[in-house]
Design a protein around this ligand. Structure first.
Ligand SMILES: Nc1nc2c(ncn2[C@@H]2O[C@H](COP(=O)(O)OP(=O)(O)OP(=O)(O)O)[C@@H](O)[C@H]2O)c(=O)[nH]1
Length: 304
C-alpha cells in the first residue's frame, strides 16, 4: 500500500426518524458488513463499515440517542452520550421539513455540555427532497447559529443526494492510522446473509454438540412491508433426514425457540419488527456445493 491509511469512528445522531438508518445504508452501500454483529467494541455497537479510498469509516450506534422510546429529553440524551463523545466525528441529522425542533435543540444543548473541544461535528440537513431550496438556507443559518458545526451538508439519504460528498468529507477528517478491520473481514455481505448467520448462530447455541455440522441457513425471501416490518423466510438445510428431527425437536419446540431468538436479534439489528418464518429441509449434497457457502460468507475450516 502506497498511500497513508486513515480510520476512525463516526456516530450518526439525530431525532428518531431523522433518517440515520437510511443514511447508514447509503454510505455503507446496499450491503452492510458482516462485522456489524460479530465484532463487539468497548465504545459502541458497530453498525457498518464504509471504505472511501484508503480510509476506513466505522459507523457506531449510540442506542439511547438513536432509539428513545418517547420524547428525546435531556436526561436520555445525556445517558446515551458516551458512545457519541468517543467517536472521532459526529454527524447530526436534522429533517429539513421539521427544522430546529425541540428534540434537535436538546441534542445540541447536550453537545455543548459534553463534546470534547476539537471534536468535529458535522450537520447534515436530510430529506431536502421534501422542501424548497429557499427554506434550506435559512435553516442552515439558524442551526449554525445554534452550534459551531464544522461543516454543513444538504442531503437526501433516500435519493442519495449529497451523500458521496459527506462520505468524502468524513474520510478526509478521520485521523491517519491503520485500519480497524482487515480488508477481507469487511467483505460486503448482504443483509440476507447476515440474517442467515444470526439464525445459524442460534442453532449452534441451542443444539451444541447435537448440531449436525452439515447444516446451513439460507434466506429465501425478504419483504420490507409498508407497515414498517420485515418478513423474512429462511430455510435450514440439513444433510440427512435424521437431522431434521433434531433441529425440529419434540413437537417443533426446538425450532420454535431458535426462531424466537433469531427473530429478536434480527429485529434488533434491523431496528424494525421482523416476522421470521423457518423451514427445515433435507438437501443431501449441499456440502458439495462450495459456491453456496462462499456466497453466504460462511468460512468452513477443519474442525468446524
Ligand atoms: N423524503 C425522504 N424521506 C427520507 C429520507 N431519508 C429517510 N427518509 C425516510 O424517513 C423515515 C425514517 O428513516 P430512518 O432511516 O428509519 O430513520 P432513523 O433516524 O434511523 O429512525 P430511528 O431508527 O427511529 O431513529 C423512513 O421512512 C425513510 O424512508 C430522505 O432523504 N427523504
Amino acid at each position: 500500500m502506497t498511500d497513508t491509511t486513515r480510520a476512525g469512528f463516526v456516530a450518526l445522531i439525530g431525532e428518531p426518524n431523522a433518517g440515520k438508518s437510511t443514511l447508514l445504508n447509503r454510505m455503507v452501500g446496499a450491503k452492510v458488513s458482516i462485522v456489524t454483529h460479530k465484532v463487539q467494541t468497548t465504545r459502541a455497537r458497530i453498525r457498518g463499515v464504509a471504505m472511501e479510498g484508503e480510509t476506513q469509516i466505522v459507523f457506531v450506534d449510540t442506542p439511547g440517542l438513536f432509539r428513545p422510546r418517547r420524547r428525546l429529553d435531556r436526561a436520555m440524551v445525556a445517558a446515551a452520550w458516551g458512545g457519541a463523545a468517543d467517536a472521532d466525528v459526529i454527524v447530526l441529522l436534522v429533517e429539513a421539513h421539521r427544522g430546529l425542533t425541540e428534540g434537535t435543540q436538546a441534542i445540541i444543548d447536550a453537545m455543548r455540555d459534553r463534546i470534547p473541544q476539537g471534536q468535529a461535528v458535522a450537520l447534515a440537513i436530510n430529506k431536502i427532497d421534501r422542501v424548497k431550496a429557499e427554506v434550506l438556507l435559512g435553516l442552515a443559518q439558524e442551526l449554525n447559529a445554534a452550534f459551531p458545526f464544522a461543516e454543513t451538508f444538504m442531503i437526501s439519504a433516500e435519493k442519495g443526494y449529497g451523500v458521496d460528498k459527506l462520505r468524502q468529507w468524513l474520510a478526509g477528517v478521520l485521523p491517519e492510522g491503520p485500519w480497524f478491520y482487515p480488508e477481507d473481514q469487511i467483505a460486503d455481505v448482504p443483509m440476507r446473509a447476515i440474517a442467515a448467520e444470526i439464525t445459524r448462530e442460534k442453532l449452534t447455541l441451542r443444539l451444541h454438540e447435537e448440531l449436525p455440522y452439515q447444516l446451513t441457513v439460507e434466506t429465501e425471501a425478504w419483504e420490507d412491508r409498508p407497515d414498517g416490518s420485515t418478513r423474512i423466510d429462511q430455510v435450514v438445510y440439513v444433510a440427512r433426514d435424521g437431522h431434521k428431527g433434531i433441529v425440529l425437536g419434540n413437537k417443533g419446540e426446538t425450532i420454535k425457540q431458535i426462531g424466537q431468538a433469531a427473530r429478536a436479534e434480527i429485529a434488533a439489528f434491523l431496528e424494525r419488527p421482523v416476522h421470521l418464518f423457518l423451514q427445515v429441509k433435507v438437501r443431501p449434497n449441499w456440502l458439495e456445493e462450495p459456491e453456496r457457502y462462499s456466497e453466504m460468507g460462511l468460512d468452513f475450516k477443519d474442525g468446524d
